[in-house]
Design a protein around this ligand. Structure first.
Ligand SMILES: Nc1nc2c(c(=O)[nH]1)N[C@H]1C(S)=C(S)[C@@H](COP(=O)(O)OP(=O)(O)OC[C@H]3O[C@@H](n4cnc5c(=O)[nH]c(N)nc54)[C@H](O)[C@@H]3O)O[C@H]1N2
Ligand SMILES: Nc1nc2c(c(=O)[nH]1)N[C@H]1C(S)=C(S)[C@@H](COP(=O)(O)OP(=O)(O)OC[C@H]3O[C@@H](n4cnc5c(=O)[nH]c(N)nc54)[C@H](O)[C@@H]3O)O[C@H]1N2
Ligand code: SF4
Ligand SMILES: [Mo]
Length: 736
């Protein structure tokens, strides 16, 4: 509890810092850009002095954050000029990575790729990249992979993050794309946080939610197994058991339908599948839902009534929904809550996925997550033809499907995938079932392109390539509300580090694909890409670097040079389900563009507590750190606030197991174990524990004391999105 209070006071002090900066005395110039951390996409000004970044402050002119920033954003400049920035390429000689020149390192990569392609064809090479790169870098990578290598082995870490939101949107609306916008959070009568903790993860959106509460008395309902900060201040906290989103959502639908709070006119005109959904929801009366979820029946009814009677409502959802084995189904039910009450496509109304990383939406736009650029479907011959023609390549070259990272690991295990290029992600911390991940990273010829050294994944690298990071390169990123922003280079990368786009182009050149990636800079890449979006749901053809530099961000669709951008999707009740438009597959096309309501069965989580592993394990984040801490772990101020890995457990469990506050305990699952500090708190329920996944093992590569939460998690995935179940596992606690 203490930690949460402490965090609140820090946020009061710094999260609402009205544009003041902690550094920045006498800067030479302020460069206008956008924050590189979370999907909120706050406008920032980077202070530069003598060629070094010395401050970051909120850009008062940016519509997202009105000059304000959170802790991570404010200290972002400190991660740039750190002594552990990687400055030279390295190549493995025996057990050691040794510094090498760029030509030698690149030739090492190219020759291994050529050999693998000659021996095993396109399936022998693979790319796994992050969601914090620039749109232009993603586009180049995907064009190289699909338009030249012809490999299905390309995936991004957004598989661990947004894949289920994408699959859920596609199944309901026909296309990816969050329908709402941030303005909705300022005006909506009700904000429903479903598996999302924006107070810590999207602090500037949380600020807007709180302001709406203060100014307009907006309601707040939270569905989360933990007593998060939003749960503490909510009107209603639905404290469900981990892994029970589906019955809870059905319970809400049940009450909405049985108490006549639906909008039958909207349902009939704009949706398909209501009777099946209603039949399934009828199986979930509040009393049964209470038994399945642990949420009292009265609270299920109360939440449904708040939602149903509120003139407007936004449901924000994030990893508490996406990281489960029935995540896509849960997203379709969240969409259904809004469709059956007519709460889509008008101000203050939307099912709204908060994107995790700063540019994970851009990743989706260029064809990540198994699509083709412009939200095209690789299984649709017309879509394939359009992309092949634009690229000037043989249509048969384009893979008809792509493998997700879990499937790619299986290919490594089977010996088919021989060369893996990892760019801007740290799988030796972030992927589930670490014991297996590390074994497979060790087996493959691994190229790691990162901006720091050491990082966990680089310990397995055969070649290491030093990239340039946020602040050191120019390009675009789209935030959660589909706003495309320009990210601007403020300083040069250190030493010989080079931006990812040039590294990708250099490798393409060495492999003989130079003519496919001919651009002189990021702007030319953007212009090529935006032409491919013309007429598509994410039409960006009206966006240009020049407009972004002058008007600030623009929300797609933005189909013309004088188009102001589109705050909300589906305002006319017409969705992207029509054949030819839809990003998905035949079973949910609708000729009139109606949205699809799905009746889905409930499958309880595959692993539940038993006598040997009696606790539910929940994993997630804290406000001070970002992911695997390669950046925030190198900012002393943030590290001081959150220096060590921990497990949160309830006082009753601590008393029973005789575990004291601050004691080192072992957390053991079927797949591994970690040793972390006990944090006793009523923030978690009895029988549940929470471990942040931020902490890896950088120092000694094979440490005695593991602390990465993903030693414990399992690599089981959602059947539509292939997103792993990162939020639920069974574990036990032991005294060390
Ligand atoms: N400070 C900070 N901010 C970040 C990040 C970061 O690492 N640090 N990462 C960014 C990224 S990439 C992402 S994806 C977002 C993630 O942002 P969030 O998804 O908001 O954060 P998480 O802590 O992963 O999970 C949110 C909540 O889901 C709850 N939860 C767990 N299981 C269930 C369940 O079965 N049902 C429900 N309803 N809830 C459940 C957890 O208790 C947790 O409070 O944050 C972004 N912002
Ligand atoms: N148990 C559990 N596991 C989880 C989650 C969870 O909630 N629980 N959340 C999942 C989610 S939502 C996410 S998004 C992932 C995140 O997992 P990761 O992607 O592994 O996390 P990051 O630490 O952001 O890794 C980014 C890497 O890229 C480097 N980098 C940063 N900028 C650049 C750049 O511009 N160029 C290059 N070349 N490198 C760069 C950084 O130094 C870092 O090593 O973790 C997932 N794993
Ligand atoms: S809320 Fe997100 S985008 Fe805004 S400053 Fe914080 S980390 Fe950056
Ligand atoms: Mo994420």
């Amino acid at each position: 509890m203490g930690t949460i209070l402490l965090r609140r006071s820090i946020q009061d002090l710094l999260g609402d810092d009205p544009g003041k900066s902690l550094g920045g005395a006498g800067v030479d110039r302020w460069v206008s850009s956008v924050c590189g951390y979370c999907g909120t996409g706050c406008g920032v000004l980077v202070g530069v002095k003598d060629g070094q970044a010395v401050a970051v402050r909120g850009n008062p002119a940016h519509p997202t954050n009105q000059g304000k920033l959170c802790l991570k954003g404010i200290y972002q400049w400190k991660a740039l000029h750190h002594p552990e920035r990687a400055t030279r390429p390295m190549v493995r000689r025996g057990t050691e990575l040794r510094e090498a020149g760029w030509p030698a390192a690149m030739e090492e990569v190219a020759s291994h790729m050529r050999a693998a392609l000659a021996e095993g064809g396109p399936d022998a090479v693979g790319i796994y990249h992050g969601g914090q790169l620039l749109l232009e870098e993603y586009y180049a990578l995907h064009k190289l992979a699909k338009g030249f290598l012809g490999t299905p082995n390309i995936d991004a870490n957004t598989r661990l993050c947004m894949a289920s939101a994408v699959a859920g949107y596609v199944r309901t609306f026909g296309s990816d794309g969050p329908p709402g916008c941030y303005e909705d959070l300022d005006t909506s009568h009700l904000v429903f946080l479903f598996g999302s903790n924006p107070a810590e993860m999207h602090p500037q959106l949380w600020r807007r939610i709180l302001r709406n509460r203060q100014k307009n008395a907006a309601g707040l309902v939270v569905a989360d197994p933990r007593l998060t900060l939003p749960a503490r201040v909510a009107d209603l906290h639905l404290k469900l058991r981990c892994g029970t989103n589906i019955p809870l959502l059905y319970g809400l639908l049940h009450v909405l339908i049985s108490e006549g709070m639906t909008d039958q006119g909207y349902i009939q005109r704009f949706t398909d599948g209501f009777s099946d959904l209603a039949r399934e929801a009828a199986q979930y009366p509040p009393e049964r839902v209470a038994g399945l979820t642990g949420v009292p029946a009265g609270q299920v009814v109360e939440a449904a009534r708040l939602f149903g009677t509120s003139p407007t409502a936004v449901t924000l959802f994030c990893q508490g929904v996406n990281q489960s084995v029935q995540a896509t189904d849960a997203v379709t039910l969240i969409n259904a809550l809004h469709l059956v009450t007519g709460k889509v496509g008008r101000p203050g109304c939307a099912p709204f996925s908060l994107t995790g990383q700063a540019s994970s939406l851009s990743m989706r736009e260029v064809g990540g997550g198994g699509s083709l650029p412009g939200f095209r479907n690789p299984a649709n011959p017309a879509h394939r033809e359009q992309v092949a023609r634009a690229w000037g390549v043989e249509v048969n070259l384009l893979p008809a499907f792509t493998r997700d990272i879990t499937a790619m690991l299986e290919e490594i295990e089977a010996g088919r995938l021989q060369v893996l290029w990892v760019i801007g992600t740290n799988p030796a911390v972030s992927l589930p079932h670490q014991e297996r991940v590390r074994r497979l990273l060790d087996r493959v010829f691994l190229v790691v392109q990162d901006v720091y050294y050491p990082v966990e994944t680089a310990a397995f690298a055969d070649v290491f390539l030093p990239g340039a990071q946020w602040g050191e390169k120019t390009g675009t990123m789209a935030n959660s509300e589909r706003r495309v922003n320009l990210v601007v280079r403020a300083v040069n990368p250190p030493g010989e580090a080079r931006d990812d786009l040039s590294i990708i182009r250099e490798l393409a050149h060495r492999l003989g694909a130079g003519n496919l990636l001919p651009w002189r800079g990021a702007e030319e890449v953007f212009n090529e890409f935006k032409d491919l979006t013309r007429g598509r749901p994410n039409d960006m053809s009206g966006i240009s670097y020049q407009r972004l530099a002058t008007v600030g961000g623009l929300q797609w669709p933005c189909p013309a040079g004088d188009h102001p951008g589109t705050p909300r999707l589906y305002t006319g009740g017409r969705f992207a389900t029509a054949e030819g438009t839809a990003q998905g597959f035949g079973d949910f096309n609708h000729p009139e563009g109606k949205a699809r309501l799905w009746a889905v069965p409930y499958d309880p989580p595959p692993e539940a507590p038993d006598a040997r592993y009696p606790f539910w394990l929940n994993t997630g984040r804290v406000i001070e750190h970002y992911h695997t801490r390669t950046k925030t772990g190198r900012v002393p101020e943030l590290n001081r606030l959150a220096p060590e890995a921990f497990v949160e457990l309830h006082p009753a469990d601590a008393a029973r197991l005789e575990i004291a506050q601050g004691e080192l305990v072992r957390v053991v699952s079927r797949r591994g174990q970690i040793e972390v500090t006990a944090r006793i708190t009523e923030g978690v329920s009895p029988g549940e524990v929470f471990v942040p996944f931020h902490f890896g093992e950088p120092e000694p590569v094979a440490p005695k004391r593991c602390r990465a939460a993903n030693h414990l998690t399992a690599a089981v995935t959602d059947r539509f999105s292939a997103q792993p179940l990162l939020k639920v596992a069974a574990c036990r606690l032991e005294k060390t």
